[in-house]
Design a protein around this ligand. Structure first.
Ligand SMILES: [Zn+2]
Ligand SMILES: [Zn+2]
Length: 327
């Protein structure tokens, strides 16, 4: 009995649901394979804890590149991929950090421990080496995007946060200059930046019952620069609504965690297509290589993204964690 359950119960197959929303027991595989969830968990426990201990002893790889934001000029558009969906942006001197995750492990706090999944590759820049951040942009409250431990270290009276509807209760809001909750199609101005939220194809629940939480993509406008931050999304036509006479300089697009989660995560071809819908010239792929959330091999998303742009491979402007892009 136990051996027939074990193959379905590996970190590879279950981790996405636990981290993306903590809905461990709501996974279809659980329902299909175990009419009694408690009985199933009891039977699967030995295999589960073997996987956990293997994961604890696994070493985290260093990133191949280390960005040098101290050398970035005030003018122009500068970006560095720090890992997963964390991007450091500096646009005409204004500094933005998207979905900051600096923790080794993301998941649920149980006492002093975090029960969740561990990075494959270390964050490319230590928290201490970050420049002062003017704005933190949070797409949604899933644990691989909205990491409370990282956000606490970023608390500052000079930093503002823009986040999705009904998510600011997770933050210690008084420790930032301002926390703005933004609903779909609403805009907010933060310093020189105009931030407009748009609806992506995803969901917002962090735990099982909090389905009221929002989930956003963002259009960032600073001076003549326009940047799209796609957040976490499956394929959606909504990116067409972003296209205007003004070009989009850069689209930060998720490209991983699609196998088998294609209903909530786009594949690389769809990410390229959506960036095209928005009229984006350059694509900065995120949400890959950092956490094993799904079944596709680690480098498949970036290889497929490169194939999807044909001979224009320079459009995929970053490929490895820690690389920088300048425009
Ligand atoms: Zn998500
Ligand atoms: Zn995610």
């Amino acid at each position: 009995m136990e051996s027939s359950i074990r193959p379905a119960f590996s970190l590879r197959s279950f981790s996405f649901e636990t981290i993306e929303a903590g809905i461990l027991v709501d996974h279809p595989q659980f329902r299909r394979r175990a009419p009694g969830t408690a009985r199933f968990l009891r039977q699967a426990a030995p295999a589960f804890f073997r996987e956990i201990s293997k994961d604890y002893s696994r070493e985290i790889l260093a990133s191949d590149f280390t960005p040098q934001p101290k050398l970035w000029k005030a003018e122009g558009l500068h970006a560095a991929w720090l890992g997963h969906t964390t991007v450091l942006l500096k646009v005409d001197g204004f500094t933005i950090l998207t979905d900051p995750v600096f923790s080794t492990r993301v998941g649920v706090a149980v006492g002093p421990l975090i029960v969740g999944i561990k990075r494959l590759v270390d964050v490319a820049l230590d928290r201490e080496d970050l420049p002062p951040i003017d704005l933190i942009l949070l797409s949604h409250a899933h644990m691989d995007h909205f990491d409370l431990a990282s956000l606490r270290t970023l608390e500052s009276p000079t930093t503002q946060i823009v986040t999705a509807a009904y998510t600011s209760d997770l933050l210690r809001v008084r420790r930032y200059a301002h926390v703005h909750e933004v609903r779909w199609n609403d805009s907010v101005t933060v310093g020189p930046a105009k931030i407009k939220a748009f609806q992506v194809q995803h969901w917002g629940a962090r735990m099982r019952g909090d389905t009221y939480r929002g989930y956003n993509g963002y259009l960032i406008e600073i001076g003549q620069r326009r940047i799209v931050f796609g957040g976490d999304t499956a394929y959606t036509e909504v990116f067409k609504s972003i296209k205007s006479s003004q070009p989009v300089d850069l689209a930060i697009m998720p490209i991983g965690a699609y196998d088998p989660w294609i209903r909530v995560h786009c594949n690389p071809e769809q990410a390229v297509q959506m960036a095209g819908h928005a009229g984006a010239e350059f694509i900065l792929p995120v949400h890959h290589q950092t956490f094993q959330l799904s079944r596709e091999p680690k480098f498949e998303p970036v290889e497929r993204a490169l194939a999807a742009v044909g001979s224009a491979t320079e459009r995929i402007c970053l490929r490895s964690i820690g690389q920088e892009f300048h425009l």
